[in-house]
Design a protein around this ligand. Structure first.
Ligand SMILES: Cc1cc2nc3c(=O)[nH]c(=O)nc-3n(C[C@H](O)[C@H](O)[C@H](O)COP(=O)(O)O)c2cc1C
Length: 325
């Protein structure tokens, strides 16, 4: 896996895209939202927010190669990478960014965690959508997959729609396809691939976890907004709640400013996925996992996981055929 200057992604393997994230790609990942907040807070490093010169490398490239720090020094177009598909992962691109990617000749996939975002992405020219329900691991929206299926998959037929969030079996994939999905995106299940280089302790926690332990980060006051992340409950999660409650008290008492309080919330999780997934600190790091974690029982070679998914999907389709005959 290639190195990245983004600490929590450099050692995180994303089996769905087969791509490591590097700084330009991360502009379209979770970090963008945080950087905008840090900019508002006046942090010197973020004085320009993410308004670096827009590079053509604003994408996470699917399945072709990693684009190691290229955007820091040069301008690469998507077509130069050899990739023909780009995914704006984890954030909502601007229309100009979607257009720029398309101008490179790529097909562009955009995430949608609400109906209105789906509509906007289609208007921007997205070639396909990935609807992601709140059951998913990592940074999430607030709407469940079941509702998004009805709001997006059943409503928008001008582009292919892939489904993510809570999918753990091939049977589920088959039924999503029968509902009209173009395919499925899975993350949590692939953490338990042998090839995933997450720390063994990180994987052990996944094996033991139940669905209900994959919780979304709490937010206790609209004055102290929190970006939702679904992760397994641990000391870090509990302490995050306590920190917010303390900060809210301090805000009420006027002993801390809003910016400083927000900064403390934002900085709390910085580097935390790395702590857990790379260093194996499963109590103080972030154990990003979706609710499908409850279905996972063992580490398997990637080949076996994929074979199992395909077999389960095949059986489900045969079963449905039989029932309709
Ligand atoms: C440990 C972990 C790390 C993830 N990191 C990223 C990421 O860096 N960028 C991203 O777009 N999605 C990330 N995701 C989300 C996945 O790409 C995928 O959309 C999601 O896991 C699908 O839902 P599921 O977890 O229910 O399978 C991550 C998910 C997990 C479990």
């Amino acid at each position: 896996m290639a190195k990245s200057s983004i600490e929590w992604t450099e050692a995180t393997w994303n089996p769905v895209t087969g791509c490591t994230k590097v700084s330009p790609g991360c502009r379209n990942c979770y970090a963008e939202r945080m950087a905008r907040r840090l900019q508002v807070m006046g942090q010197p490093k973020y004085v320009d927010g993410f308004e670096v010169p827009i590079r053509d490398l604003d994408l996470e490239i699917t399945g072709v190669r990693s684009l190691e720090n290229a955007g820091d020094t040069e301008s690469l177009t998507l077509s130069e990478t050899g990739a023909n598909t780009g995914v704006f992962a984890g954030s909502i691109p601007r229309q100009t960014e979607v257009q720029k990617a398309k101008d490179s000749g790529a097909k562009v996939l955009c995430f949608a965690s609400t109906e209105s975002i789906a509509k906007r992405m289609i208007e921007y020219g997205a070639d396909a959508l990935i609807l992601e329900g709140s059951e998913a691991g990592g940074h999430i929206g607030h709407v469940s997959t079941a509702v998004l299926l009805q709001e997006i998959l059943f409503e928008f037929d001008s582009v292919p729609v892939f489904v993510a969030g809570g999918i753990g079996t091939g049977k589920m994939i088959a039924h999503l396809v029968l509902m009209g999905a173009a395919g499925a995106q899975m993350g949590t299940r692939f953490v338990l691939a042998e090839e995933c280089n997450a720390h063994p302790r990180f994987k052990d926690v996944f094996i033991r976890a139940r669905a209900r332990e994959a919780i979304s980060t709490p937010q206790y006051s609209a004055k102290l907004p929190v970006v939702s992340v679904r992760a397994l409950n641990n000391h870090a999660m509990t302490h995050f709640g306590e920190l917010q409650l303390e900060l809210i008290q301090q805000l009420k008492a006027g002993t801390i400013g809003r910016q400083e309080a927000q900064y403390k919330v934002e900085e709390y999780w910085v580097g935390s996925l790395r702590n857990a997934a790379v260093d194996g600190d499963v109590e103080h790091g972030s154990l990003m996992a979706g609710q499908s974690v409850g279905m996972l029982r063992r580490v398997q070679p990637l080949r076996d996981i994929l074979q199992e998914l395909v077999d389960e999907a095949d059986r489900a389709i045969t079963d449905v055929r039989g029932r309709l005959a």
